[in-house]
Each structure stands twice: as structure tokens, then as C-alpha cells.
Design a protein. Structure first.
Length: 318
């Protein structure tokens, strides 16, 4: 009878502590829980396998009995001429604390920007974390959060849904997070106390969010610079003047010379997103022309008059 390698299923050494088993299961359960990936039968089977492994290894008595049975099973396999080459016996997996999700892997987390967070919910404040020497604890959650270009400069509130209970990973809770102002690209934000919570001890780790700044309704990011459009009427470009552009942090006064062409691009230095805490990218403004659409005869007559003047000037030049 074949015996499953429960240690390999959880991706841990055979000599890990009970707490490390609990942490490893909590992390994997977040990833393979059926609510995380809907409609995937393989995922459901994987989750059942994880629960089966955790049920045995989380109980010290069951674990001791399993370890003895596994030892006997391996001895019998060797006598048969077979050797079960399992990672837990023949390879050196990463220590259990490194099995926590990397910043590039998003566990069971959802996010949504909120304009007016409910007053009944506590507001958790994120802070920019810059200590590169940090060693993460077993109960810290590390994941990625997407923040719009505008919110990276102005700040904003986001509702995050997290599964942060080790023993009950299927139970998600919603937290309102106040993002700080002037968040640089790839910043790490720390929210104290929102990591995995061990209900047996009552202790919680911290939540670490690696920021990914994304496009929003008005700004597109290209090569680190922010791009937006300023829509002008034909006479605006012909006459020039001072115009107001809504930038990342608020209104910007923009002087456009007379005779500027539609499709031209104006660069405004250091008005883009924050690349570091002290350095900003540029804001590139694309001048777009809005052509009036009207069936009013008097308006059409004016347009026709302008067209005749322009045609006459070009003919005279040639």
C-alpha cells in the first residue's frame, strides 16, 4: 500500500516545528482554496490533499505514528528494489519561512478603491517601509497591491479582502487601508497587525504590500513617465493661450504658443509618478483637437469661410 508523503505535499522538511507546519498549510491553503480558483478540479483536489496532510501532521500523536509508518514503508520499498525519491529525503527545499508568498505571488486577496469608506469600519493606515534589512516573520503576509497613478501621488482608501487566519484560511475579512501620499514605484507599504493571526496565541504578523502603480482613467504610464491628453478646440491651437490641465496632484497651468499643431506633445518635467521618494518622472501631454460637429447653417458658413481663406493663402504662397 502506497503512503503519501505529507511533508512533500506541504513543501516542508521532516524536522519542522508544529508552528512551521501551521504556517506552511496556511500559506498553501490561501493559494489552493476553491474560492480562489473557481472551476478548477485539480485545485480542489490539491486543497483536499493539503487538508489531509495538515490533519495528520498538525496532530503530534498522529504525526509520530505517520513518521513511523513512513519509515517502515521506505524500508519495504528499498527491499523491493524501489526507492521513493521524494524532495523531503533527497533535496534541500527552502526553509519554511521562505515558503511565504513572494511579492510576485498574490494569495487570496482582492482590492477595491473606495471614495468614502464606512465610518463603522476601522481605518488602517499604511506607511512606506524602507528598511531593506528587514527579515520577515513567519506570520507576515507579503503580497502585491495595485494603486492608480493618481492615488500614488494623492493617496486614497482601498478595501482589501484578506484571508489572514492560519487555522481557518477560508474565512476572509475586509479591511479599509488608507494609502499614504507620494508612493514611489515598487515601494513597500507596511500595515501593522494585518498579517496571519494565530487564534491559539492571539498574535498577528504584519501585512507588507509591494506597490504596483497602474494606469487610471486619465493617465497612462509608459517607460515610467505619465501620459495624458489635453483636448482643445481648433481655435485654441490657432490662437494659443493659457490653459488648465488636471495633473496627478491637481490643476497645472499650461502656456501653449500660437499655432501649435494637433498631435504635438508637451513635456512637463517632474510632474509624473514618483520613481523614488525624491525623484519624479515627467508628465507628457498630448494635444488633441476636438472638431465641433454641428448642422447649424451659420456655423457651417463660418467653417466654409475659414476653409476658403486657408485655401487662398496656400494658393498665394505657391
Amino acid at each position: 500500500m502506497e503512503i503519501k508523503d505529507y511533508y512533500r505535499i506541504l513543501g516542508i522538511h521532516r524536522n519542522v516545528t508544529q508552528n512551521e507546519i501551521r504556517v506552511a498549510f496556511g500559506v498553501l491553503a490561501l493559494t489552493y482554496h476553491p474560492s480562489s480558483v473557481r472551476g478548477a478540479s485539480a485545485t480542489r483536489e490539491k486543497f483536499k490533499e493539503l487538508c489531509e496532510a495538515y490533519d495528520i501532521l498538525s496532530n503530534p500523536q498522529k504525526r509520530a505514528e505517520y513518521d513511523e509508518a513512513w519509515k517502515n514503508y521506505q524500508t519495504m520499498e528499498q527491499k523491493k528494489g524501489h526507492w521513493s525519491r521524494t524532495p523531503s529525503d533527497h533535496t534541500h527545499p527552502e526553509p519554511v519561512q521562505n515558503t511565504l508568498p513572494s511579492y510576485d505571488h498574490v494569495p487570496h486577496i482582492s482590492e477595491e478603491r473606495v471614495e468614502n469608506p464606512p465610518a463603522r469600519l476601522p481605518l488602517y493606515k499604511a506607511e512606506v517601509f524602507s528598511d531593506i534589512r528587514l527579515k520577515y516573520g513567519e506570520q507576515d503576509i507579503r503580497t502585491q497591491v495595485e494603486i492608480t497613478a493618481t492615488d500614488s501621488v494623492r493617496g486614497g482608501c482601498y478595501e482589501l479582502q484578506l484571508c489572514n487566519l492560519l487555522q481557518f484560511p477560508e474565512q476572509a475579512a475586509t479591511y479599509t487601508i488608507q494609502m499614504p501620499h507620494t508612493i514611489a514605484r515598487n515601494s513597500i507599504l507596511k500595515v501593522p497587525g494585518l498579517g496571519y493571526r494565530d487564534i491559539s496565541t492571539g498574535r498577528s504578523g504584519d501585512l507588507f504590500l509591494k506597490v504596483k502603480i497602474i494606469n487610471d482613467d486619465r493617465f497612462t504610464l509608459k517607460s515610467g513617465h505619465a501620459h495624458c491628453a489635453l483636448i482643445l478646440m481648433p481655435w485654441d491651437l490657432a490662437l494659443g493661450g493659457e490653459f488648465t490641465l488636471e495633473g496627478l496632484e491637481g490643476p497645472i497651468s499650461l502656456e501653449i504658443p500660437q499655432g501649435y499643431k494637433g498631435g504635438s506633445q508637451i513635456r512637463i518635467p517632474e510632474k509624473g509618478i514618483y520613481l523614488t521618494s525624491e525623484k519624479r518622472s515627467d508628465l507628457l501631454v498630448q494635444l488633441s483637437v476636438a472638431v465641433p460637429t454641428t448642422t447649424d447653417p451659420s456655423m457651417r458658413a463660418i467653417w466654409q469661410q475659414l476653409a476658403n481663406i486657408y485655401q487662398a493663402e496656400n494658393t498665394h504662397r505657391h
